[in-house]
Design a protein around this ligand. Structure first.
Ligand SMILES: Nc1ncnc2c1ncn2[C@@H]1O[C@H](COP(=O)(O)OP(=O)(O)O)[C@@H](O)[C@H]1O
Ligand SMILES: [Mg+2]
Length: 179
């Protein structure tokens, strides 16, 4: 499902040049669960951002579901992300001004789903994540573990083909401690 070929990423500023990824070749099949491990600063988030189509590689190719997405335009990438990729960010990235329900509903609005269908899907996933009783709350009114469940709900509500979670282990431990 995912293939990367000699993926490279170099961050350039006026003073420094950081090579974050060098020739990353990986192949992940449908249904597979893969963990990317390594010390802080080794390039995990950079790789996830590229796989999640949030960033471009400096070199190499990224093939998702037989489509080479490396050269796609920003608009095409955004379109491709919808329904294909669910991203659970390290800091959750929930929108403070929106309720739990509205946060989870957002990807479905982007997908153009009708209100009644959105409502059913959001309620179902909130139920599944055990957070329905907080649907009308705002992110700041939740514990870290609850916020994470909302972030997971938002990532899976569209039934994406690929779910990416940055610092999964760290957030899982946090969730267990803060629940
Ligand atoms: N936007 C950026 N600009 C410059 N350097 C960056 C940027 N993002 C990451 N880096 C550098 O790339 C390297 C890999 O970072 P990152 O992918 O965040 O590591 P990890 O997630 O494994 O901790 C680090 O040396 C970091 O300083
Ligand atoms: Mg990281």
């Amino acid at each position: 499902m995912i293939t990367t070929k000699d993926l490279c990423k170099v961050f350039r500023t006026e003073e420094v040049e950081t090579s974050a990824l060098r020739d990353v070749n990986l192949h992940i099949q449908r249904g597979e669960f893969a963990a990317i491990m390594g010390p802080s600063g080794c390039g995990k988030s950079t790789l996830l951002n590229i796989i999640g189509l949030l960033d471009n590689p400096s070199n190499g190719n990224y093939i998702f579901n037989n489509t080479d997405v490396t050269e796609k335009s920003e608009k095409q990438r955004t379109h491709f992300r919808k329904g294909n990729i669910g991203f659970i960010f390290q800091s959750f990235n929930l929108i403070d001004e929106l309720t739990v329900f509205e946060n989870v509903e957002l990807p479905l609005i982007y997908m153009g789903l009708a209100t009644s269908k959105r409502k059913a899907k959001v309620n179902e996933v909130l139920e599944r994540m055990n957070i329905s009783h907080r649907a009308k709350h705002y992110p700041q009114q939740l514990s870290g573990g609850q916020q994470q469940r909302v972030a997971i709900a938002r990532a899976v509500v569209t039934n994406p083909k690929l779910i990416l979670a940055d610092e999964l282990l760290v957030t899982l431990i946090r969730a267990m401690v803060l629940k």
